[in-house]
Design a protein around this ligand. Structure first.
Ligand code: ADP
Ligand code: MG
Length: 247
């Protein structure tokens, strides 16, 4: 995890003219239509948008899991869209933690074993018990995913992500379908990560969760950023409240 040096933050990601077209001809889908966005280092930014707006596509490209059709993504001064597949693998391994929309836990492994898997691929891992302690799962280490609640499974995926000691964490709708009390725990965990200097980008459909965790927000609709800025300003916007404030 990196140090926070000053209030004037460096840019972690600089995204310019990012486009993504899936498919060809009649079945073409323009998932991203020219996204420009800077993500400050050590800040927690939320990408707010409805289903189908391009959130997962955007996160996948920043995480080096997918390539754009056009545009550039610069991470700490390096254009990751120019990397070949070996370069992308190394980028993911050295810098990125990804928490997917669906948990991707291995059912036949315990909590400890699920997070331990990362030690085999990461360069600077934490110990499994350290990662599990960070998310409050110290007493559930020997439980299987099926013995954990949805919220605990989500915490476990976050622990697994922390094992790689990433500089960036990307979370795709981490609160989706979870009870409010669990969402509060997840929000607290995510805030802790940002406080430690990690750059965090998460996607979300509800501005209420965003208000609990993020310092900045960008609203995405139909593959375009409509507005971005400090979360307080975004959350105060009438249009945003109408579209994204669900109980
Ligand atoms: P979100 O995460 O905001 O729901 P996505 O990034 O998943 O949005 O999707 C954006 C658009 O791209 C949607 O219209 C979706 O149907 C389409 N899309 C996403 N992935 C693919 C794919 N692999 N092939 C074709 N279309 C896709
Ligand atoms: Mg999605």
């Amino acid at each position: 995890m990196q140090n926070v040096q000053s209030v004037e933050r460096a840019t972690a990601f600089s995204v310019q003219g990012l486009t993504k077209i899936y498919g060809t001809g009649e079945t073409q889908v323009h998932a991203l239509r020219g996204v420009d966005l800077d993500l400050p280092q050590g800040e927690l930014t939320v990408l707010l948008g409805p289903s189908g707006s391009g959130k997962s596509t955007f996160l996948n490209i920043l995480g080096g899991l997918d390539s754009p059709t056009g545009g550039t993504v610069t991470f700490q001064g390096r254009d990751i869209t120019a990397l070949d597949s070996n370069g992308l693998t190394q980028y993911r391994r050295d810098h990125v933690g990804f928490v997917f929309q669906f948990y991707n836990l291995i059912p036949s492994l315990t909590a400890r074993e699920n997070v331990s898997l990362v030690t085999e691929i990461a360069t600077a891992p934490l110990r499994p018990d350290e990662a599990l302690e960070l998310v409050g799962l110290s007493d559930r280490m020997d439980h299987f995913p099926a013995q954990l609640s949805g919220g605990e499974q989500q915490m476990l995926t976050i622990a697994r992500t922390l094992m790689g000691n990433p500089q960036i964490i990307l979370l795709d709708e981490p609160s989706e379908g979870l009870a409010p009390v669990i969402v509060q725990q997840i929000a607290a965990t995510i805030r802790t990560l940002a406080a430690e200097g990690l750059t965090v980008l998460l996607s979300e459909q509800n501005v209420r969760f965003a208000m609990h965790v993020a310092s900045r927000a960008a609203v995405i609709e139909r593959g375009r950023i409509l507005v971005e800025g400090p979360i307080a300003d975004i959350a105060a916007d009438e249009g945003v409240r109408e579209a994204y404030l669900t109980p």
